[in-house]
Design a protein around this ligand. Structure first.
Ligand SMILES: Cc1cc2nc3c(=O)[nH]c(=O)nc-3n(C[C@H](O)[C@H](O)[C@H](O)COP(=O)(O)OP(=O)(O)OC[C@H]3O[C@@H](n4cnc5c(N)ncnc54)[C@H](O)[C@@H]3O)c2cc1C
Length: 445
């Protein structure tokens, strides 16, 4: 049998894993079921589609997402290169045109030497041996039959829960005379459209959200949202001020026509390169569609808004990582089986890319007979898998990278520094990038 990696799922993680393994000279069979069989959230026929927000987060190295992206760039991330190619203006965050990105990467991955793209649903975990490794990267919307097959190796039923997507609005239906364009603290270009709310309108809006009709959720789906992707009405329910301190926070957004910072601000982010659509930032929701139209049209500038897509609810599946995988994203009971992406227990676009990159490199190194050489805990990419593979399995939830996952700094000057928090992040980022640089040199030998 020839040496081969079988990657199941050509999403963010699967594409990255396939590229990294092929780059190390290993043949790859990359399976993708769409468009033959669609998921509830993907809307295009292309591989590598971002299902919800078009933002991959900040690019500032002192932000968690920015540090992880910087490391991925150093590691020659394939997905990130395409993300930069399809970037749309969004201040200091990396936002993309989701359709052109998916179309381009979907074509390109199929042309890479050694990658054999197979448009089929996989319903059983393929057998593998010393010459073949399987990487499972079927994502949060893993097909039902395959999820069933997975329980054979996870030794327990998959855990399922739901999160939600934000509405998208036609740009030409926004009344620009009632809104202002700005980025928070004037960072970058004035890329966001800001809808200013005074206190009376804010309270009316919060009340409407709380009282609105939502889509029925089955008993076992209750209260199972991502903390970082909570439906807007759930946040509203947590207290009158929670939206004004959360997704509607006005800080750093002075209204140029009044010279004052509004009581609350709803932000809209450009969603496509042609500037035809805007996405409501942080407005994931399970409100019924008619209710979304009624309530969101209460907002200044959106009185006549046309919705390209309403917010929706979605299934999400992931393994109990601390029980199932080690720090190489490798099954603890089958060493020729790896997991990557959201299903492996990481959460988020950039984290999914990072886990795909790791699994692709580790799988290829294993087939080449090289030491797997794990990413150091001081790095964002290493600390993430270090955490998910050792977290408390009884309360495990998909995890994003945060600075808190990195080792504490030794006691020193930074404790007395007057901007302690920022300074600590700068130091941790510096240590991370130096540690990754050393890893790159070691892995090359
Ligand atoms: C509705 C929704 C919204 C989300 N929004 C965000 C967000 O805004 N920001 C963020 O950072 N993260 C978000 N996430 C979380 C996560 O970052 C994304 O889902 C991300 O795409 C995960 O990458 P992945 O590679 O693991 O999975 P995917 O990108 O979903 O890729 C998995 C691929 O596997 C294919 N597949 C599934 N089963 C099979 C099978 N049996 N055989 C063959 N192919 C199969 C699928 O068709 C898909 O193309 C969201 C998740 C969901 C479900």
């Amino acid at each position: 049998m020839s040496r081969k990696v079988i990657v199941i799922g050509a999403g963010l993680a699967g594409i990255e894993a396939a590229y990294q393994a092929a780059k190390l000279g290993i043949d790859v069979d990359l399976y993708e079921m769409r468009p033959k069989k669609q998921t509830e959230a993907h809307t295009t026929p292309y591989a590598g589609e971002l299902v919800c927000s078009n933002s991959l987060g900040s690019i500032e190295e002192t932000s968690a997402s920015g540090l992880l992206k910087k490391e991925l760039e150093m590691l020659d991330s394939y997905f990130l290169k395409f993300a930069y190619k399809h970037r749309v203006p969004a201040g200091s965050s990396l936002s993309v045109d989701r359709v052109t990105l998916a179309q381009d990467i979907s074509n390109d991955i199929q042309s890479i030497k050694g990658v054999n793209f197979i448009n089929e649903e996989v319903t059983e975990i393929p057998a593998a041996d010393d010459d073949q490794i399987v990487i499972i990267a079927t994502g949060p919307l893993t097909s039902g039959d395959f999820a069933q097959a997975l329980t054979k190796v996870t030794m327990r039923k998959n855990l399922f829960f739901f999160d939600a997507t934000s509405p998208i609005i036609h740009a030409d239906s926004i009344d620009m005379s009632k809104v202002f364009k700005a980025s928070r603290y004037d960072k970058g270009e004035a890329d966001f459209i800001n809808l200013p709310l005074d206190e009376a309108l804010y309270q009316e809006f919060v009340k409407a959200l709380i009282e609105a009709e939502t889509v029925e959720v089955k008993d076992f789906e209750q209260n199972l949202f991502f903390e970082s992707c909570l439906p807007i009405e759930e946040i509203a329910r947590r207290g009158e001020k929670s939206l004004a301190f959360g997704p509607l926070k006005p800080v750093g957004l002075e209204n140029p026509s009044t010279g004052v910072i509004p009581h609350a601000v709803v932000q809209l982010r450009q969603d496509d390169l042609q500037n035809h659509f805007y996405q409501m930032v942080g407005f994931q929701t399970r409100l019924k569609w008619g209710e979304q139209k009624r309530i969101f049209q209460m907002l200044p500038g959106l009185e006549h808004a046309e919705f390209e897509r309403f917010g929706r609810m979605h299934r999400n599946s992931y393994i109990n990582a601390p029980l199932i995988i080690n720090k190489f994203y490798q099954s603890k009971i089958r060493d020729n089986l790896f997991f990557a992406g959201q299903i492996s227990g990481v959460e988020g676009y950039v984290e999914s890319i990072a886990s795909g990159l790791s699994a692709g490199i580790y799988a290829a190194r294993k087939l080449l007979g090289l030491p797997l050489c794990n990413f150091p805990n001081e790095t964002a990419i290493g600390s993430l898998v270090n955490y998910i593979s050792q977290a408390d399995w009884k309360d495990f939830r998909p995890t994003k990278f945060t600075f808190g996952l990195l080792p504490e700094l030794p006691k020193g000057d930074h404790y007395r520094h007057f901007r302690k928090k920022k300074f600590k992040k700068e130091m941790k980022a510096k240590i991370a990038l130096e540690a990754l640089d050393k890893w790159l040199k070691k892995a090359a030998t």
